[in-house]
Ligand binder design. Structure first.
Ligand SMILES: NC(=O)c1ccc[n+]([C@@H]2O[C@H](COP(=O)([O-])OP(=O)(O)OC[C@H]3O[C@@H](n4cnc5c(N)ncnc54)[C@H](OP(=O)(O)O)[C@@H]3O)[C@@H](O)[C@H]2O)c1
Length: 332
């Protein structure tokens, strides 16, 4: 008889979000999980009996098919090459990744594919990553595989680090910003800790645009909660945090918690867009970073999360408590 316990394949397990999903599964013995990782990955699985590992590569259909063939009931997919590792190209293979995932889900009758996409905006066509995400969404919707697509707002863990916070990145196993892509590493090496140490915050645009920042643990909780929620099947869901705050308000939260005056350095939209144009040919991943920062600097994304949180019985963290926790944990 088929077991009712969900058997989840986590694709993107060595990434920052995939790692958070696995850590949650490690303490939830009602779910079994297989982490899909590349052979040269430095991924360390949480020490839990309900988690195993499958080695493969998303460019290789057979390896994805073999993983899904292990009686997988649900696939949670967070993988992308948007912040490429050394040797990978920006976004080049993402469509192939998801073609292979969808085909393997179909062939193995996977019950539910749960995917993290990016928040919607009228400017999607100006952000290369968002163009790719929308194409992947269309492929999933058209595939006939039951799906839930979360369109995530900016992650606190990533964008507060981009502002200059070290606390949100310290102690993280595989931080996305340090994956190996030279520009995100350079940005981090120049700016990591300037918020805590010198009270300097980098703010996209004039810093007044509000974002519904969400922390990665909350994204992980929502994706996992979808596993047992038939009402979320075949839904595309906007996913934000508890409340929308501006970049300047985030900087002030650090100021209050650190008891420091924080100087906000604006990153003007014209500068971000010029850098994007300059980088477009030579370093597409960098151009993508600049275009997202420009978008986040002028376009507000603030979905109402009350219906989803009631439905999933989930509490979201607010920016203040997230920063306070990170500052305490990192002792900064
Ligand atoms: N940052 C945000 O604010 C935000 C907002 C909304 C949505 N998102 C989306 O959330 C998702 C997860 O983010 P993240 O920070 O966890 O990303 P990440 O740390 O960059 O992780 C990417 C993952 O994809 C895997 N991967 C790449 N190429 C692969 C291949 N050929 N075969 C197998 N695995 C491969 C990587 O494995 P390796 O370790 O082997 O490279 C890694 O595990 C991304 O799609 C991102 O676009 C992010």
């Amino acid at each position: 008889m088929e077991s009712m316990k969900p058997n989840v394949l986590v694709i993107g397990a060595s990434g920052q979000l995939g790692g958070a999903i696995l850590r949650r599964i490690a303490i939830d013995r009602d779910i079994a999980a297989t982490a899909f990782v590349r052979s040269d990955s430095n991924f360390e699985s949480p020490d839990a009996v309900n988690i195993s590992r499958h080695t493969g590569d998303l460019t290789d259909f057979e390896s994805v098919n073999a993983a899904c063939g292990k009686n997988i009931s649900h696939v949670i997919a967070t993988a992308s090459s948007i912040v490429p590792r050394k040797g990978d190209s920006f976004g080049a293979d993402d469509l192939l990744f998801y073609e292979n995932i969808i085909r393997a889900c179909r062939e193995n009758h996977v019950r539910h594919l749960i995917y993290i996409s990016a928040f919607p905006s009228p400017f999607d066509d100006q952000v290369p990553e968002f163009v790719i995400k929308r194409q992947i969404e269309q492929m999933i919707v058209a595939s006939g595989v039951p799906y839930t697509i979360f369109r995530g707002a900016a992650f606190m863990d990533i964008y507060f680090a981009v502002m200059g916070s070290r606390a949100v990145i310290q102690g993280v196993g595989h931080p996305t910003l340090l994956r190996g892509y030279w520009l995100s590493r350079l940005w981090s090496s120049l700016t990591s800790g300037i918020l805590e140490k010198y009270g300097i915050a980098l703010v996209p645009g004039n810093g007044k645009t509000r974002q519904s920042f969400i922390c990665i643990d909350d994204v992980a909780n929502c994706m996992l909660a979808a596993v047992n929620q038939p009402t979320l099947i075949n839904q595309i869901i906007d996913l934000g945090g508890l409340q929308a705050v501006s970049w300047r308000e985030v900087a002030d939260l650090y100021g209050h918690l650190l008891n420091k005056r924080v100087i906000k350095i604006p990153l003007p939209i014209w500068l971000l867009k010029s850098l994007e144009m300059l980088m477009r040919k030579s370093t597409p991943a960098g151009a993508n970073m600049m275009s997202i920062l420009a978008l986040l600097g002028h376009y507000e994304f603030a979905p109402d999360m009350s219906q989803l949180t009631n439905q999933l019985q989930i509490e979201l963290s607010d920016s203040r408590s997230f920063i306070a926790r990170k500052l305490t944990e990192s002792k900064l």
